[in-house]
Design a protein around this ligand. Structure first.
Ligand code: KIV
Length: 366
């Protein structure tokens, strides 16, 4: 979460279930449960009588379209090249802007990947956007991995980056290496992101030596919120600028795949971008960066808070979701949903058999 003078990015209470899909398939050939009203009124002998009429026709296979996110059916995958750390450098050389968005779940990651975004970051901002934490400090490696794995299953072309959360690389380099390896081995991440500049250079070299590409992240680094004394734009004075330049050069020399520049003046980001061969990806760092990243919840208005200065809203998911939910509620309450067209029906023969069973039952009761 970024908070520039009370303006917050990536709001705190994202309802993860809003994007979840119905995971239970409806099964057409399910037997009536023993405590269902239907079973209670039909005796076993009558059921046996009707067996012939009902045989093989009660229910059947799953219907074609069920309420789960369809797997497969991608149209344009073959036409797009897989993004790699090398292709990012080529983009920088060609002055072709690089796009990056966060994603934390399967459905969103698929949409982002299929839209042709080059980099997808499972950011530790999921602490706020997905888990409702106050800041990024409490999210754990296991929580991050849970989301990285979901995103991995969705992403085909984009380069997949995972944030190393606070505490997963600060203790010692063995621990950092072990955690970075988990993101690659268990999560399927292609790059891990670490906050901090010069002081992380040796650690970053070690991780790269272990064949794991690393993304740097300097400027406003949210994991340092307590040291910074809040979410403050960095590099606003000469010593701050010098500090940032040293950080950027150290990361460049360490061989990072890209450098996220967060919350720094446009002029400083431009200087850094011109100075280093590594692609710079800005967030609140102006247009001269080699690429831009935003938190997807900021982009689509799912933050429950006013947007930061640098955020441009490209959609109103909160509005769309609220309207849909209210519509559903109103329709159910007024018995408008589901309609007959939205209901399954018995096959003709089964219906006839069932009518026969019910008629006999009624006759027996008289
Ligand atoms: O966690 C995150 O979402 C990030 C981006 C803001 C770059 O680090």
């Amino acid at each position: 979460m970024l908070d520039f003078g009370g303006i917050t990015s990536a709001g705190s209470a994202w309802e993860s279930r809003l994007f979840s899909v119905a995971s239970e398939k409806m099964v057409g050939d399910k037997q009536p449960s023993t405590n269902s009203p239907l079973t209670a009124t039909i005796t076993l002998s009558i059921l046996e009588d009707a067996e012939q009429a009902l045989s093989g026709r009660a229910g059947g296979a799953l219907e074609d379209n069920m309420s789960v996110t369809p797997i497969g059916g991608r149209l344009h995958d073959e036409l797009r090249r897989k993004v790699t750390t090398a292709s990012l450098r080529e983009q920088k050389l060609r002055h072709e802007p690089i796009t990056c968005l966060t994603a934390y779940d399967y459905a969103t990651a698929r949409l982002v990947d299929e839209a042709g975004i080059e980099m997808i970051l499972v950011g530790d901002s999921l602490a706020q956007t997905m888990l409702g934490y106050e800041n990024t400090l409490s999210v754990t490696v296991d929580e991050m991995l849970h989301h990285v794995k979901a995103v991995r299953r969705a992403v085909k072309n984009a380069l997949l980056l995972a944030d190393m959360p606070y505490g997963s690389y600060q203790i010692d380099s063995e621990d950092a290496l072990r955690n970075a390896t988990r993101f690659v081995k268990e999560g399927g991440a292609e790059v891990v992101k670490i906050e901090g500049g010069e002081k992380r250079a040796d650690l970053i070299r070690r991780i790269i030596d272990a064949e794991i590409p690393v993304a740097g992240h300097i400027g406003l680094t949210p994991q340092s919120v307590n040291v910074m004394g809040g979410y403050k734009v960095q590099g606003k004075n000469l010593s701050g600028i010098e500090h940032l330049m040293r950080d950027a050069v150290a990361l460049d020399r360490a061989g990072v795949a890209c450098i996220v520049l967060e919350g720094i003046p446009r002029e400083v980001a431009a200087m850094i971008t011109a100075e280093v061969g590594t692609p710079t990806i800005g967030i609140g760092a102006g247009p001269e960066c080699d690429g831009q990243v935003l938190v997807i919840h900021d982009l689509v208005n799912l933050t429950f808070a006013p947007a930061a200065k640098f955020v441009r809203r490209y959609g109103d998911a909160a509005g769309v979701i609220s309207q849909a939910v209210q519509g559903f509620r109103a329709d159910v309450k007024s018995l408008q949903y589901p309609s007959d067209e939205e209901s399954y029906h018995l096959p003709k023969e089964t219906k006839a058999g069932l009518d026969m069973v019910l008629a006999r039952k009624r006759a027996m009761q008289r």
